[in-house]
Design a protein around this ligand. Structure first.
Ligand code: FAD
Length: 419
């Protein structure tokens, strides 16, 4: 038996019955021969797309095919940070749309995703960096998004334990977005899977796509390890594997795949009550509800499809942590893992049609795709349903690398190792 809706009443009832009555959160669907839409990749983006296809567009003859289990990809591997503190007009409205969807998500999908708007604080360490952050904060405010530039004293009140007088990288201040924060990552996958399933979507696990069937320039179906599936439309949401899956349809994407590692320490008493990013290197940290410090840094700087990183990056991340807050020097790291990043050449994502009719593309999330999960699904579902981009995603086109209309958020050009 399961519950149609989770509520305080079902919780009370189950707590009195030894929690024997919770059913599976979603059906273990087997592939059917044909669907209106098939989404490849059951990560956050694929599942949210399926959910919004059903909830916003009434398209429910939909399957999500996932080669592993739900939550096995990046959606369950990230450091859970959400924010909308972007600089460029091509990105700001999109990420703000996402943050607004996060704010209502738990009610919408009836699932506790532990959305915690604890604030995201980006530190700056030089005058030039302060100017860049002031510019970014102003751009955000011009779009109606909250942003506060904090001086050194204000940051010190928030982070009394940080090393403000580090000889090389003293902290001068920070850019704070109070509405940013964290969300329990795998609950997002489970919540969207359950909500999509409730609306009739088939969530098919352990079903790897091995080929894309194209007839007369149109995608008409998929070959999978569980048989052939016909589809009127196919959406690719394969994150780090995007290049490999798109190649099945003969497409070469402007994407490189890189490993990104994450780390969790032993549980300690409450210390960090927001998300902090260190501006002099690449280091970001928050504290989970269980007390573990959750942190990460840069991608391993080589192309790979592996889920395991290497020691130089571990060292680099720990050095960043020590420079920012030497107080954590004796805390033990208990877990680390890697995920696969789909790095685009301008640091911004792609949500667009492809040159193949009926084949749609969602990728290029670099290492910021978790925060985009709701808006990505929203906009991708709109694109697939209406064959036109949702306005906030209109700049995220595939052909921008040919036309030169880049959304170069980081200003580093075609060097994904610098994103
Ligand atoms: C260590 C780490 C830290 C991160 N931190 C953050 C953060 O703090 N904030 C943030 O916003 N973002 C962060 N990210 C990035 C974010 O996790 C990703 O950008 C985002 O999750 C990618 O979208 P997704 O959830 O759909 O990907 P995934 O969960 O990877 O989904 C793609 C799915 O496609 C499936 N697939 C691939 N090939 C096939 C095939 N042939 N057939 C069927 N299925 C296939 C995969 O198995 C996978 O499940 C981080 C990532 C990592 C690894």
């Amino acid at each position: 038996m399961g519950y149609d809706r989770y509520s305080v009443f079902s919780l009370l009832r189950e707590s009195l019955r030894g929690h024997a009555g919770w059913g599976p959160a979603w059906r273990d669907a087997a592939p059917r021969p044909a669907y209106d839409v098939v989404i490849v990749g059951g990560g956050g983006h694929g599942l949210s797309t399926a959910y919004y296809l059903a909830s916003q567009h009434g398209i429910t003859n939909v399957a999500v095919v996932e080669r592993g289990y739900i939550g096995s990809g990046n959606v369950g591997r990230n450091t859970t940070i959400i924010r909308s503190n972007y600089l460029l007009p091509g990105n700001i409205p999109f990420y703000e749309h996402s943050l607004k969807l996060w704010e209502g998500l738990e009610q919408d999908i009836n699932y506790n995703a532990m959305v915690s708007q604890r604030g995201v604080l980006n530190l700056f360490h030089t005058d030039a960096q302060r100017d860049a952050y002031a510019r970014r904060g102003n751009a955000m405010r011009l779009h109606g998004i909250d942003a506060e530039l904090l001086d050194r004293a204000a940051v010190r009140r928030m982070l009394p334990y940080a090393d403000f007088d580090n000889a090389r990288f003293p902290i001068h201040g920070g850019l704070l977005q109070r509405r940013g924060g964290t969300v329990r990552h795998d609950a997002v996958a489970w919540g969207y899977a359950r909500a999509a399933d409730r609306r009739g979507v088939d969530v098919i696990q352990h079903c790897e796509v091995t080929g894309i069937t194209v007839e007369n320039g149109r995608a008409v179906g998929l070959q999978t390890t569980r048989g052939t599936i016909r589809a009127k439309k196919v959406g690719l949401a394969c994150a780090g594997n995007s290049s490999r899956v798109a190649a099945m349809a003969g497409l070469r994407l402007p994407i490189e795949s890189h490993v990104l590692q994450a780390f969790v320490s032993e549980g300690i008493k409450p210390l960090i009550d927001c998300v902090v990013t260190y501006g002099a290197g690449h280091f970001y940290i928050s504290q989970s509800d269980k007390g573990g410090l959750v942190f990460g840094g840069d991608i391993d700087g080589y192309n790979s499809y592996a889920w395991r990183g290497n020691l130089p990056t571990v060292e680099d991340v720990c050095e960043g942590g020590m420079a920012l807050m030497p107080i954590i020097g004796r805390v033990r790291i208990t877990r680390s893992w890697g995920g696969l990043m789909d790095m685009s050449m301008d640091g911004s994502p792609i949500i667009d049609r492809t040159p193949i009719e009926g084949l749609y593309l969602n990728c290029g999330w670099c290492y910021g795709g978790f925060k985009a999960t709701p808006a990505s699904g929203w906009c991708f579902a709109h694109l697939i349903a209406q064959d036109a981009p949702y306005p906030v995603a209109a700049a995220l086109r595939l052909d921008r690398f040919a036309t030169g209309r880049l959304v170069d958020e980081k200003g580093v050009g075609a060097q994904p190792n610098l994103h």
